[in-house]
Design a protein around this ligand. Structure first.
Ligand code: RB5
Length: 150
């Protein structure tokens, strides 16, 4: 799978752990930074990853900040992005099965590396449900997006 990944300074350590894990599994991972603990602005990384996923250059995106909240707020401003903060495995599975999330947001100050890797693995391998009611709801999300297009 082609995966875009990005983090701010609060997520950089977890990003590196996830990158190594995904590369060891054979995924094609592109790291959008940051690469140090120097203070940075999470919207810069969220925007770069979300735009690359929305453009079809990647199958999925992963974003990590301190809580995941700033990343999810920014990523969901990009048309076509369905980003989800998942801090446990049930939400990770359901965000794929019911919501067809294409960007996963994690909190580097909330989850440890062991749980984070379980979340990532479950999120990557779970398929979107083929039940029409879930697609109907996603279509309604897209209608909201369209109605608020500038
Ligand atoms: C940085 O201190 C922190 O605010 C950021 O990583 C993130 O948690 C914001 O949502």
């Amino acid at each position: 799978m082609k995966i875009a990944i990005g983090a701010d300074h609060a997520g950089v350590d977890l990003k590196d752990v996830i990158c190594q894990h995904l590369q060891a599994q054979g995924h094609d991972v592109q790291d959008f930074g940051t690469r140090s603990h120097e203070s940075t602005d999470y919207p810069d990384y969220a925007r770069a990853v979300a735009e690359a996923v929305a453009a079809g250059q990647f199958d999925r995106g992963i974003l990590i900040c301190g809580t995941g909240q700033g990343m999810v707020m920014t990523a969901n401003k990009v048309r076509g992005i369905r980003a989800a903060v998942c801090l446990e495995t049930y939400s990770a599975r359901m965000s794929r099965e019911h919501n067809n999330a294409n960007v996963l947001c994690l909190g580097g100050r909330v989850v440890g590396p062991g749980l984070a890797l379980d979340i990532v693995d479950i999120w990557l391998r779970t398929e979107f449900s083929d039940s029409p009611r879930h697609q109907r709801r996603l279509d309604k999300i897209a209608e909201v997006e369209q109605a608020h297009r500038r």
